[in-house]
Design a protein around this ligand. Structure first.
Ligand code: NDP
Length: 241
């Protein structure tokens, strides 16, 4: 039997100062949780959330952030590994540095925060991990060999953690957004966006709040028996995969 979650919980959202992470932080703030967001810049997250500076490519920085959070807000009970970057180019032109940088932030960065959070989860005998992957992690996309590899890796990570720590009240799940209206998609040329829209059964890009809803559910008591799962939030784009 796992111990019941206390309320409010301490929720950490990496990269919660903007985009999808910010909407996730907002949703947990609205639910009454104690929310901490990290950003490299130290830029603030939404109103009601606390901000701690951390770079997920640097384990010392991650450790320092956790120490600060634990001393100010208590142990992290919900971790949303959201921080991510893209460095797109076609395979033949992709530099090894661009492959490694994306994997280092999106996949190894998630490993760094999850490993650090798990120490606390094991003491608490409970914990929720939600990885923000992408539909591209299983459908693939041209120009995104680095990004797709990193996002597919998160699925394996969640499933390995499920098998390793499932008996300790810890769940690890994946939310896989499709195209969501954020700075990341805003940069795309209009004709590319139109082309994507035409492939999405819902015929529109998603909203950040729609991703946040799925994350909030996976972190809730109602989802205690769900682990190693992927929830797509993609308007049907990845259906069948
Ligand atoms: P944004 O570019 O708006 O935000 C990315 C966030 O990640 C920022 O808060 C940024 O912090 C943070 N970040 C980047 N690198 C690091 C790092 N080394 N250490 C700590 N934080 C870092 O992206 P989105 O909101 O669009 O994306 C959020 C997540 O959702 C990503 O993992 C992305 O891959 C995924 N996703 C996005 C989709 C979309 O359509 N937008 C679709 C599918 C998945 P800082 O401000 O300090 O740079």
């Amino acid at each position: 039997m796992t111990e019941q979650s206390s309320s409010p919980r301490t929720v950490l959202v990496t990269g919660g100062n903007r985009g999808i992470g910010r909407a996730i932080a907002e949703a947990f703030v609205a639910a009454g949780d104690t929310v901490v967001v990290t950003s490299r810049s130290g830029d603030d997250g939404p109103e009601g959330a606390h901000t701690v500076r951390a770079d997920v490519t640097d384990s010392a920085s991650v450790d320092a952030a956790f120490k600060q959070i634990e001393s100010e807000f208590g142990p992290v009970e919900v971790l949303v590994a959201n921080a991510g970057v893209t460095k797109d180019s076609l395979l033949v032109r992709m530099s090894e540095a661009d492959f490694q940088d994306v994997v280092d932030t999106n996949l190894t960065g998630a490993f760094r925060v999850v490993q650090r959070a798990t120490k606390g989860f094991m003491r608490l005998k409970r914990g929720r991990i939600v990885f923000i992957s992408s539909v591209v992690g299983y459908t693939g996309a041209p120009g995104q060999v680095n990004y797709a590899s990193s996002k597919a890796g998160l699925i394996g990570m969640a499933r390995a953690i499920t098998r390793e720590l499932g008996s300790r009240g810890i769940t690890a799940n994946v939310v896989a957004p499709g195209y969501i209206d954020t700075a990341m998609t805003e940069e795309l040329p209009e004709e590319v966006k139109e082309n994507y829209r035409s492939m999405i059964p819902a015929n529109r890009f998603g909203r950040t709040a729609e991703v946040a809803s799925a994350v909030k559910y996976l972190a809730s008591e109602d989802a205690a028996y769900i682990s190693g799962a992927i929830i797509p939030v993609d308007g049907g784009l990845g259906v069948g995969h």
